[in-house]
Every structure is written in C-alpha cells, then in structure tokens.
Design a binder for this molecule. Sequence first.
Ligand code: RTP
Ligand code: MG
Length: 149
Amino acid sequence: MERTFIMVKPDGVQRGLVGEVIQRLECKGFTLVGLKQLTVSRELAESHYAVHKERPFFKSLVEFITSGPVVASVWEGDGVVASARKLIGATNPLTAEPGTIRGDFGVSIGRNLIHGSDAIETAQSEVALWFEDGELSSWKPSITPWIYE
Ligand code: RTP
Ligand code: MG
C-alpha cells in the first residue's frame, strides 16, 4: 500500500492545527500508520530539505523547521502521495485554493503550515528518514470496504 510522509511544521503546531490536519486526512479515507511530535535537529532538517540546499531560502527554512516542535506522520492509502499534496494545496498559501489546508489557514510561503512528500520515491526516503520501522504499524481499518470498492 502506498505511503506518504506528512509533517505539521512549527507554525501549524503553535496554531493548534495538528488535529485539523489529522482530521482532514482521516476524513478523506487515509490510514494513519505512524505519528510523533519531535523537535527537529539541524542535521535532520538539512537532510530532509537537502534538495533545496543551494536555494536562497534554505538557511531560514532550516532555522524555522528546527525552531519548535513538529508533528511527523505517515499515512497509507491508494494514491495517498498525490492526494495529500492536493489536500495541502500550493506552496504559497496566498495562491493555494480555498478548501486546501494552506489555502484555508495560511498567508505566507515561509509559514505554510505543513509538508507532504512530493512523489512516491521521495515519500519512501522521507518515511525512512523520519521513522524507524518499529514506529509504524500497518493496519486495515474495519471500514475499508466502505472506502474502497
Ligand atoms: P514542502 O516541501 O515543505 O512540503 O513544500 P513544497 O513541496 O510545497 O515546496 P518546496 O518547493 O519543496 O519548498 C520547501 C519549503 O521551502 C519554503 N519556501 N520558501 N521563500 C521562498 O521563496 C520559498 N520557497 C519555498 C516553503 O516553506 C516550502 O514549503
Ligand atoms: Mg517540497
């Protein structure tokens, strides 16, 4: 089953949006298989955002992600990687559609509340970067026949 990595960033945690994010993914029909709150080390933040290391915003992005607790999670479901990105919305909250998490709750690109893996391969490496196997439980909710044909 496809998995993705979702992180509520420090701004989302401070603003009390952890429950809202979890609720939106649960209500959609995805299954939570791992969840933890942690304060991110510089090393982990730099690995997670390594693809952006030459970008002008890299330093402030790492500063921000390490500035307070985040909530890291892994979700499972058919097409979950692309679907979660749609639920999250565009990178800039001002252009993100209403109805998306960033579109409903944010205004600034540097405070866009949430991260979601951008492709299946990225999701696999991010899940492995953030979680040990023992922290993840694969389970099948009993309502599965009401979500999948
Ligand atoms: P994320 O990785 O956090 O899920 O966000 P994303 O895929 O939508 O956007 P990405 O291009 O991967 O950028 C990573 C994060 O860097 C910050 N950013 N700031 N100031 C800027 O121009 C700028 N561009 C990107 C954002 O917080 C973005 O989420
Ligand atoms: Mg990204």
